[in-house]
Design a binder for this molecule. Structure first.
Ligand code: LM2
Ligand code: CA
Length: 472
């Protein structure tokens, strides 16, 4: 509803999975702002379990112990606040992955203390405070995934399920979100939204303040996995409360690009997606699918994955979210770190300033200034301009952009008609754009409604009216 949440801000989102706050701040200033990103999705910032016995898996973050922002694996509250300011100064918003459905689980999770020293047990979190009565009556795992009662009131992988129908829980969760908004956080990914009744989320979001710096309500997108059952627990059941993640984009488009079916992608995004374009957040992969369906990931696809994310930024469906991740040998493996240290038992996460080193992929850097294309073309319609088999396509976006994609092992040189005005354009898929209009990579001429480009093997070329080559 327009009353509870804002529309997507300008520009694509990048998920800097497991990055420390100080590294995110640096990346905003040096890379994300200049290359056109609108926002960063950061890892959950609240106090979390610390699982030494499990070798500190990444998923510690998804088991909240309290809503303290201090001393998480990613830094202090001050570092978090300073990151929000640095990114804002670079024109980049911070979106927080907000866990509102549950607190900690069982088994290896033990009973604390949490990352900020809070004691806890399952169903008892004195630092919040939440007690036994703040959790639902169903204290067993979801069994029937088509039954909204179970999906929303029983436990997701045995995580203690908050009674989001209660005033105390609603006020407390809204208090956490408002603390973040006060620090300048401009949006939220609502984790496990499928497991919270839409009415409860509406009650919580209606208590969330406007973001002071940006004006208006925070932008919200809900993590709602497709599956059986009625609409109330599927993506369409949440679109009145913000945008929703479209997993079908990952599974369908991700697989098509992996398999070199680029022409088919245009048919897929042209119709039959789960929700309307302006309600969807789309991605080739996320931190979950990388592990559940690893065939569609940078680790498996390499350059083809870069192409997939570039094409996602160029096509017209949804708000694109870019994944930026690290190499892993086992699903639970945490981010690259220096090992356990005093005051940081989970180990100091390394700063991925030198991407490629230490296992950080930094997929977003390989996309160069491609996010500027997304913003420049806006909702201009797609017109196909060239095709060479299934594996090579080129299209216009109105009169604002032209892009070509090549999922083969050899260069593709083509001449294509285009509606771009005559001029010299920076290739934003392969280079950045300098302040004085200097292209980081080559430039291409558009003349008389035609353009001649050379698309690298497993690569892209992208030109748009916001990146004219006017400098040296
Ligand atoms: C999500 N979206 O809706 C996140 O994207 C996903 O990464 C989260 O699961 C999930 N919801 C809950 O927030 C991750 C991870 C799970 C992990 C949980 C909790 O994928 O494997 O579960 O976080 O840390 C782990 C264990 C699981 C155990 C559970 C509770 O893997 O075996 O269940 O903790 O102790 C007994
Ligand atoms: Ca629930």
């Amino acid at each position: 509803a327009a009353s509870t949440t804002a529309d997507a801000g300008d520009g694509p989102i990048v998920h800097l999975f497991q990055w420390r706050w100080e590294s995110v701040a640096q990346e905003c200033a040096e890379t994300l702002g200049p290359n056109g990103y609108g926002a960063v999705q950061v890892s959950p910032p609240q106090e979390h379990v610390v699982l030494e016995g499990e070798d500190y898996p990444w998923w510690q973050d998804y088991q909240p112990v309290s809503y303290s922002l201090d001393n998480t694996r990613r830094g202090t509250r001050d570092e978090f606040a300073s990151m929000v300011r640095s990114c804002r100064d670079a024109g980049v918003k911070i979106y927080v992955d907000a866990i509102v459905n549950h607190m900690t689980g069982t088994g290896s999770a033990g009973s604390g203390p949490g990352s900020d020293g809070s004691t806890y047990q399952k169903y008892s979190y004195p630092h919040v405070p939440y007690g036994d009565g703040d959790f639902g009556d169903c204290r067993s795992d979801i069994a029937n995934w088509s039954d909204p009662e179970e999906v929303q009131n029983c436990e997701l992988v045995s995580l203690s399920d908050l009674d989001t129908g209660s005033e105390h829980v609603r006020d407390t969760v809204a208090g956490y979100l408002n603390d973040l908004v006060d620090l300048g956080v401009a949006g939220f990914r609502i984790d496990a939204a499928k497991h919270v009744p839409a009415g409860d989320l509406e009650a919580i979001l209606s208590r969330v303040d406007e973001v002071p710096e940006f004006g208006g309500r925070p932008y919200v997108f809900h993590e709602v996995l497709e599956g059986g059952g009625p609409e109330s627990i599927r993506p369409p059941g949440y679109t009145h409360l913000g945008d929703v993640t479209d997993m079908g984009y990952h599974s369908r488009v991700g697989a098509q690009i992996r398999d070199g079916q680029l022409a088919g992608v245009l048919d897929t995004v042209g119709g039959g997606m789960a929700v309307d374009s302006d309600q969807a957040v789309v991605f080739i992969d996320n931190h979950d699918t990388q592990r559940s369906d690893s065939s569609i990931s940078h680790q498996r696809m390499g350059e083809r994955h870069t192409l997939a994310q570039a094409l996602t930024l160029a096509q017209p469906y949804g708000t694109p979210k870019v994944m930026s991740s690290y190499r892993f040998d086992s699903d639970a493996q945490g981010p690259p770190s220096t090992g356990a240290e005093d005051g940081n038992p989970a180990g100091a996460i390394t700063a991925p300033t030198e991407c490629g080193a230490d296992g950080w992929y930094c997929e977003h850097r390989g996309l160069n200034a491609m996010p500027t294309f997304t913003t420049a073309v806006g909702d201009a319609p797609l017109t196909e301009r060239a095709e060479d088999g299934q594996e090579r396509i080129a299209f216009d976006r109105g009169e604002r952009g032209f892009a070509a994609f090549n999922a083969t092992g050899s260069e593709w040189t083509l001449s294509a008609p285009t509606a771009l005005p005559d001029g010299s354009y920076c290739d934003v898929a392969n280079g950045t754009v300098g302040a004085e209009g200097a292209c980081g990579s080559g430039a291409y001429e558009v003349s008389g409604g035609e353009v001649h480009v050379t698309v690298p093997a497993d690569g892209a070329v992208a030109l748009h009216t916001g990146a004219l080559c006017t400098g040296g």
